[in-house]
Structures are given as C-alpha cells and as structure tokens.
Design a protein. Structure first.
Length: 202
C-alpha cells in the first residue's frame, strides 16, 4: 500500500471506528509529511478491546511528523516493523483508554526527535473515558543512525487515573546512535522496567 498514491484502494476506503490489520508480508509506505499509516478513533464504545489496530507487516514512513499506528480508545498491537524515519515522528500512538503493545517480535525504528511509543490521557483535551494509559514494550525500539533527541517511550498521564501503567518488560530500547536521547519518560503513572535501555550523552 502506497500512502502517497491517492488512487491506492486503501486511501479511498472510508474507515471509522474499525479494527484494521496489516497482514504479515504486506507493506505500507509513505514519503510525505504528516502521514498516518493506520489510525482510528473509537466513537462507538468506551471499551478499547472493541477496536484493534494491528501491524504484522512492515510500515515505513519517511516524512516528518508522521505516525505508524494510532488509536483513541482502542488497542494498538505491533508484531511487525514500524519505521518512522522523518523528524518528530511517532511509531505507535494511543490516547484516552488506549492499550498499546509492542510485542516480542515488534520492531520500531525512529528518526530525529521522534518517539517509539507515545501515549497521553486524551487526544484533544477532552477524555471520553477515564483516560487510562496502558503501555507495554516487549520488543525492540531503535533510534536511527544520525538521529538526535529521540525518546523510546513517552507517556503523559497528567490528571489521569493512577492505575495507568508503562511496562518495559523485555526487549531493548537502543538509542545509542542518537545523542541526547531518553529511554523512557513518564508523568503521573506507574513505570516498570526490566528490559534493556541503551543511550548516549550529548
């Protein structure tokens, strides 16, 4: 699937509050700024299990401020590869009750000033649910060579429920090729980290 091609069938499908899977062996590519490979807002229910965004294939975006997978009040699961090589881009994003998992086979590659996983209490200032954040990394998050100021996992739960969690249970966050980077940043939630994190100074 080519996100740059407006005639591509995927770009002409009307998708709303839907579960979407990128199957193993399939690829999605894009080179323009502000692109979103797969994203959905669950406007029907407040149960994140009712809408699931899954990548089992390969997503490669090179434009700035782009996002691989995104869900509001949904479930995001990556078992494949998401590469967001443009500046200030995000691999996996979730808000307002989202459950975000980079699984054991999942790989996220990040460019300058980007984030592997980004989670926040609400999407646009108003939470439809309690705003619970649940993030788990079991795979690999890697900064691209030549990058800088990369964040492996960023989760902002300001004013959100105290039961929100970020777990880096296994896998590796490797930011060694991007100076001035940060492995995990969290605000107002519980953090558990048992995986490896490698970073360099300025």
């Amino acid at each position: 699937m080519n996100l740059d091609n407006t005639a591509d069938k995927y770009n002409r499908i009307d998708k709303a509050s839907s579960s979407i899977t990128v199957n193993a062996g399939n690829t999605m590519t894009g080179t323009q700024a502000n692109q979103l490979a797969v994203g959905q807002r669950n406007t029907i229910t407040t149960n994140p299990a009712d809408m699931k965004i899954t990548n089992n294939g390969t997503i490669t975006l090179s434009g700035a401020t782009s996002t691989g997978l995104a869900a509001e009040t949904g479930t995001v699961l990556n078992t494949g590869t998401v590469s967001v090589n443009g500046a200030k881009s995000t691999g996996l994003f979730g808000a307002d009750g989202a459950i975000i998992t980079n699984d054991t086979t999942g790989a996220i590659n990040i460019g300058t000033e980007g984030a592997g996983i980004l989670a926040q209490k609400d999407l646009d200032g108003t939470a439809r649910t309690l705003g619970l954040i649940t993030v788990e990394n079991k795979g690999n998050i890697t900064a691209n060579t030549g990058g800088t100021k990369v964040i492996g996992i960023y989760a902002d739960n300001t004013g959100g429920p105290v039961t929100s969690t970020v777990s880096h249970t296994s896998g590796t966050i490797d930011l060694s090729r991007a100076p001035a980077s940060l492995g995990i940043y969290t605000k107002d939630l519980d953090l558990t980290s048992a995986g490896n994190i490698t970073a360099t100074g300025t």
